[in-house]
Write a protein that binds this ligand. Structure first.
Ligand SMILES: Nc1ncnc2c1ncn2[C@@H]1O[C@H](COP(=O)(O)OP(=O)(O)O)[C@@H](O)[C@H]1O
Ligand SMILES: [Mg+2]
Length: 458
């Protein structure tokens, strides 16, 4: 998260309502809190007593509560300011911001540190549809930089953000909007979670560009109209959850009947010249993205992995205890933000927040919500893919293909297709040693497969 922007927003809100800027120590406390510092650490940094910091902080939360008309505290200040920043600041633009009837003109307070980018294009038209609210955002700086380079410098036309459910694809793409919105005329986000047909998606998109015009019925005319808009305007379109377009119980990346024309749509986006970018988020690597990538450098793929160190902020937000054990909690749950959120809830409810006690459990604990989340992905697998997952869950070490061929009672071609498909679903860990590939499951998937498929059936 861009803490300096959030601080600036807080100061501007306070100034607009009270006519006074935040005091130096108030700003320092707010900044420390946004960085996840405890009062004792802030006190130490400023050579002041912890009691004094607490007193000033208490007045600060009261001041912000009055300004924002919400009960602000140390625990929720980040969420409330982030919410205000994202849903008002970025959507309306930096020039004129209204929150709770407080009208803010940044120019009238501190000198703006905004980059001259704002002058390049007029305010973008932003339509986020039913995008979820971002409550907090940590790190992902390298991924944001990579996406920004692909989009702004390399003029990529199609980007696939791929990763297992809960890893942060939706959150990352919404944060990206915030960062690069001034380079676009139109920014659109739509989730395809209910598997809309291409006609429905195109109708929906065309209505954003021309709300009063009648949308053509013919899909070819719809496509050519959309391409025209992508040429005329610089547009960033995010289509989330495109895995819903693919069939369940078939190998990865096969379109459901009636959805094959999405392939044509993605192909057109990459092959025709225009000045826009389409981002698709998916659990599964779409086949054409793999195939097209070879011959077309307007396509990029970002494979999203766990959050690493920054995941500590998620644990801090949940107010868990035993900070020295947090890293091992993160490692066990692969830094997957959603898995960590589910597990943190469980630790709060059953272990009163004590991470060290939770970690003493002899198996890896998967909450029912976490398993339900994985169920959605596993329901899509074929029986041969499930057989491979069960075999891998029972292995203690990564194994090579020859071992799996020997162990599994599957025709070799079926096994190879299943392995390739599991790879496209991002469910396998792969290592190479002496030019041999070794396959394994991460501990969470391993435990899930044991819980759902092995132990229950015994
Ligand atoms: N960088 C991040 N910082 C803080 N929270 C995050 C981050 N990425 C994801 N999350 C949280 O993790 C959960 C899952 O993220 P989401 O973007 O919905 O994942 P995906 O779209 O890959 O399924 C959400 O509750 C989200 O708030
Ligand atoms: Mg998502």
């Amino acid at each position: 998260m861009d803490i300096s922007t959030v601080l600036k927003l807080a100061d501007e809100l306070v100034f607009a309502k009270t006519g006074k800027h935040l005091e130096y120590l108030e700003e320092a406390i707010l900044q420390g809190t946004l960085y996840g510092q405890k009062y004792s650490q802030i006190a130490e940094d400023f050579h002041l007593s912890e009691g004094h910091i607490r007193d000033v902080a208490c007045k600060l939360w009261k001041k912000l509560s009055d300004v924002l008309e919400e009960n602000v505290s140390k625990a929720n200040v980040r969420y409330i300011l982030e919410k205000a920043k994202f849903y008002n600041f970025s959507t309306i633009g930096n020039d004129n911001l209204t929150i709770n009837n407080v009208n803010i003109c940044p120019q009238s307070s501190q000198p703006s540190q905004a980059t001259p980018q704002t002058e390049q294009t007029p305010k973008p038209h932003i339509d986020l549809g039913d995008a979820p609210e971002i409550f907090s955002f940590f790190d992902r700086t390298p991924q944001l930089t990579t996406l920004e380079t692909w989009i702004l410098q390399q003029h990529s036309r199609l980007i696939a953000i791929l990763g297992i459910s809960g890893i942060g694809k939706t959150t990352l793409s919404l944060q990206l909007i915030e960062q690069i919105q001034h380079n676009f005329n139109y920014i659109i986000y739509r989730s395809l979670r209910f598997s809309p047909t291409l006609e429905t998606t195109l109708t929906n998109l065309l209505q954003i560009f021309a709300p009063k015009s009648e949308t053509p019925q013919n899909i070819e005319t719809q496509l050519s109209q959309l391409i025209n808009y992508l040429r005329q305007h610089r547009c960033l379109i995010i289509l989330d959850d495109i895995h819903t377009l693919f069939s369940s119980k078939q190998l990865a990346g096969q379109y459901q009947t009636g959805y094959e024309n999405y392939h044509l749509f993605f192909q057109l986006i990459t092959q025709i010249t225009h000045q826009s970018c389409l981002i698709v988020n998916s659990w599964e690597k779409p086949r054409e993205v793999v195939q097209l990538k070879k011959e077309n450098n307007a396509i990029h793929c970002l494979l999203l992995e766990g959050l690493g160190e920054a995941a500590k902020e998620i644990i801090r937000e949940q107010e868990l205890l035993d900070e020295d054990c947090w890293q091992s909690l993160i490692d066990r749950y692969q830094g997957n933000p959603l898995w960590l959120e589910f597990t943190a809830n469980l630790i709060k409810e059953l272990f009163a927040g004590k991470v060290s006690e939770f970690l003493q459990c002899d198996t890896l604990i998967l909450s029912e919500s976490l398993q339900a989340q994985l169920d959605q992905q596993f329901q899509r697998l074929t029986s041969s893919e499930i057989a491979v997952m069960i075999q891998l869950a029972n292995e203690n070490e990564p194994v090579c293909l020859a071992h799996l061929i020997k162990k599994l009672d599957l025709p070799t071609s079926e096994l190879l297709n299943a392995m390739q498909s599991l790879g496209m679903r991002l469910l396998l860990d792969v290592k190479e040693c002496d030019r041999t590939r070794f396959f394994s499951l991460n501990p969470v998937l391993k435990q899930y497969v044991k819980n759902r498929y092995t132990e229950r059936n015994n």
